[in-house]
Design a protein around this ligand. Structure first.
Ligand SMILES: NC(=O)c1ccc[n+]([C@@H]2O[C@H](COP(=O)([O-])OP(=O)(O)OC[C@H]3O[C@@H](n4cnc5c(N)ncnc54)[C@H](OP(=O)(O)O)[C@@H]3O)[C@@H](O)[C@H]2O)c1
Length: 420
């Protein structure tokens, strides 16, 4: 067995530099645990870094064509460029580790096919501080996974946790998250649900073998949630969380990412700030819950290095990504999703409005569970809140489309799904 593995870091940013630092600082522990020294010998970046811990190259071809490298860690981000690079490496039977959920959300099955004679580790692509890939692939592999419910985006969870304390609006809370370094200058990817969707798709491949891409599933962000929604949630003992949800029934699975009202006493409701958590429902163990840091250089580096060490320990040349394509689950169409809904409607305060709304609901087979009219303070219009019994997505979307055209509506109707 080789005594040293040489690593090339393809990217020396937040994660790449943290991987280099941890490999150097924890060298003894790592060697003791996997029997091999793991040495970062070169790092790729767009620009030179004077204080880097590893020699930096800005020449992609030079780095990826080095024959002395045992494993390449793709930590550069993007979709098509890293996909091209990783494909080339796997075709040359080189081992690769990646933290890139966006690339995997689009190309994981093409990479799975290419990784048959090599090794592809991707633990860092979902919730860095929670080893959920290994949990699903190994620890829970005997289970029929009935459901996954997960808080997978720290930025959104930070914003929603802060808003749930009351009295703050979305815009100011986002600004606070940006000032603290928890949100990017362009936060769309996080707050619009795409980052969480990429991660959910990766988990769904292990649990169900679903080949869906982000555009195939229902994705809604948190950017339209207001202080009023937090008020309603609190009045009715709910908390609002951005969840990635997978639910399986027989050979069908629904996948969706959207804000949810969840009962305040549920474990996921207590996950606050930038933390992530994943609740897995299996037929053999019912619910198990995993909690930890979802991002950040060190948490992600911890996951990257666990894959490097797995390769070092096993010296596996054949990768098992753990996707279960042969079970052939099919995706439930978005329209057929059935859940409970919360509706916030800003309407003209006049006789007949409420009865028209309830008439439209009944025409669309929507049954009301609860109703609240917020006492008017300085507002000109009334805000009505409803929750519904279980209803099909299609019915709610039809109802909202008709409602938008009513002259008594004074703002876009807003809906949040309820997960109970
Ligand atoms: N940051 C996190 O907390 C986190 C968590 C989980 C997963 N991830 C994933 O990990 C990956 C890396 O994230 P990061 O936060 O470390 O990103 P980052 O800080 O932006 O670092 C990216 C690195 O890649 C280099 N790079 C990018 N494109 C390149 C190109 N075409 N040629 C040469 N070098 C290139 C950059 O060079 P320069 O330094 O010269 O710009 C930089 O060193 C992403 O896929 C991300 O989604 C990150």
């Amino acid at each position: 067995m080789q005594k040293e593995l040489k690593i090339a870091l393809l990217g020396y940013g937040v994660v790449g530099s943290a991987v280099a630092k941890a490999l150097i600082e924890n060298e003894k522990i790592i060697k003791a645990r996997c029997g091999v020294s793991i040495k970062p010998v070169i790092a790729l970046a767009k620009s030179k870094k004077p204080n880097a811990l590893v020699p930096i190259s800005t020449d992609i071809e030079e780095v990826i064509n080095r024959d002395d490298i045992d494993i390449f860690a793709e930590l550069m981000g993007g979709i098509e460029t890293p996909f091209e690079i990783v494909s080339k490496l796997l075709k040359r039977k080189k081992a690769v580790v990646t933290a890139n959920k966006a690339m995997l959300a689009y190309h994981r099955y093409e990479l799975e096919a290419l990784a048959k004679d090599s090794f592809l580790g991707y633990e860092a692509s979902v919730a860095g501080g929670i080893p959920i890939i290994k949990i699903l692939k190994e620890g829970l592999s005997a289970n029929n996974i009935l459901s996954l419910k997960a808080i997978l985006n720290g930025t959104s969870n930070f914003i929603l946790s802060a808003m749930s304390k009351g009295g703050v609006n979305f815009k100011d809370t986002l600004q606070k998250a940006q000032n603290l370094g928890y949100a990017e200058a362009d936060p769309s990817f996080d707050i619009k649900g795409f980052d969480a969707a990429h991660k959910l798709l990766i988990l769904a491949s292990i649990a169900y073998g679903v080949r869906a891409k982000p555009e195939d599933i229902l994705i809604q962000g948190i950017d339209e949630i207001g202080a009023e929604d937090m008020y309603f949630a609190s009045e009715f003992d709910y908390t609002i969380k951005l969840l990635g949800i997978a639910k399986a029934q027989k050979d069908k699975v629904e996948l969706r990412v959207h804000p949810c009202l969840i009962p305040k006493d549920e474990m996921l409701a207590k996950v606050n700030g930038v933390m992530n958590a994943i609740s897995v429902g299996g037929d053999m163990l019912e619910e198990s819950l995993y909690y930890g840091a979802g991002a950040g250089g060190n948490a992600t580096a911890s996951a990257v290095i666990s894959d490097l060490m797995e390769f070092a320990r096993t010296n596996k040349q054949k990768s098992v990504l753990g996707f279960v394509s042969e079970l052939s689950y099919t995706l439930v169409p978005k329209d057929e999703i059935c859940t409970k809904y919360y509706l916030r409607l800003k309407v003209e305060d006049k006789i007949g409005v409420l009865s028209k709304i309830t008439q439209l609901m009944s025409e669309n087979a929507i049954s009301i569970d609860s109703f609240l009219q917020k006492p008017k303070q300085d507002e000109i219009y009334s805000t009505l809140f409803f929750t519904t019994h279980h209803t099909f997505e299609k019915s709610v979307q039809n109802f909202l489309a008709i409602l938008k055209k009513q002259e008594f509506m004074k703002a876009e109707p807003f809906m949040i799904r309820i997960e109970q």
